[in-house]
Write a protein that binds this ligand. Structure first.
Ligand SMILES: [Zn+2]
Ligand SMILES: [Zn+2]
Length: 318
């Protein structure tokens, strides 16, 4: 199964002949999520196996044109293709008005429910198997980064032990698996009595950081990430410009990855003056070795969970 990332575009500000504007799709257990909808997004999606019929949630990091102009188009196509199920569109403050304006400008009526959801910091979606949360970035307008995290597996339920303890099969087993202490036949049973937590697996955490100048606030929220997708609009030679327009250089993105200790960094959102991310990669690699420069339609498969790291025994003091 796993998690699938697809980079639908890697350019910033304007598309180039070779690259579309930045957007990322994330697939997990039959669902998929779209982060930003720049113009050209529909054709990029057609080049993948992602169908807009199965898309339920769109997340807009901010309202700058290079991240949003494809939204009315994709909703119009869904209408033409007679979509019926609702679509949730998450955006910063003002999403309801922005959606109305976008659809109004394009002069059509969606044939299904388009539900605006205002992004606030914290958890946006919480299911049995994953969460999606938002954190403020440091851009020239209100802009959010996103964190996708799978829940992993807390441990293995030891059926034989439960039977031996004469805990009847049923809802009580479920409670213990969820980590609750139960009382049965006047006796207390703690989850530790029937769960092997050593066999648990921790989830995978992925940070999405589009338009921003580095800031401790979002770095803190992304601690423990396995994978970081970070914008790298410029090279360090343009760091003053990066500060002025609140974007990052490749070096800055690599420094964030190093600080977080992630396993893998993907840089994207490259200025259109560069044909690809090669120069950015050359700048980032000496600071953070596991850097990959994304390219359009690049697909990445990630594990959805990892074995719990065994704690190293503490070194004895001499
Ligand atoms: Zn941008
Ligand atoms: Zn922007």
């Amino acid at each position: 199964m796993g998690i699938q990332l697809t980079f639908l575009g890697t350019s910033c500000s304007t598309p180039t002949k070779e690259r579309n504007l930045s957007s990322v799709a994330l697939g997990f257990r039959g669902e998929w999520f779209l982060f930003d909808t720049p113009e050209g997004i529909q054709q990029q999606l057609m080049r993948t196996r992602l169908s807009h019929f199965t898309l339920e949630h769109i997340f807009l990091s901010h309202y700058h044109a290079d991240h949003t102009l494809g939204l009315p188009g994709i909703i119009a196509t869904m209408t033409i293709h007679e979509r019926k199920q609702p679509l949730y569109v998450w955006g910063p403050k003002g999403i309801e008005t922005k959606l109305k304006q976008g659809i109004g400008y394009a002069d059509f009526f969606p044939g299904f429910e388009v539900i605006p959801k205002e992004i606030r910091e914290g958890v946006l979606i919480d299911t049995e198997t994953y969460t999606i949360s938002a954190v403020k970035l440091n851009h020239s307008c209100l802009c959010y980064g996103f964190i996708f995290e799978t829940k992993g597996k807390k441990g293995t339920f030891m059926r034989e032990k439960a039977l031996k303890l004469k805990i009847p099969e049923g809802p009580l087993w479920g409670k213990l698996q969820k980590g609750e202490t139960i009382t049965h036949a006047g006796k207390k049973f703690t989850p530790e009595m029937v769960m092997d937590y050593g066999a648990g697996k921790r989830g995978t955490k992925i940070g999405f950081v589009m338009d921003t100048f580095p800031h401790a606030h979002y770095v803190d929220a992304m601690r423990g990430s396995d994978v970081l997708i970070h914008e790298a609009s410029f090279l360090e030679s343009e760091k003053e410009r990066a500060w002025d327009v609140k974007h990052s250089t490749a070096k800055m993105a690599a420094e964030v990855a190093r600080k977080l200790g992630v396993k893998q960094l993907f840089i994207t959102h490259f200025s259109p003056r560069y044909p690809d991310g090669k120069d950015m990669l050359a700048e980032a690699k000496p600071i953070f070795k596991n850097t990959i420069a994304a390219h359009d339609l690049m697909k990445v498969e990630l594990e959805e969970s990892h074995p719990n790291e065994k704690k190293k025994p503490k070194a004895k003091k001499k």
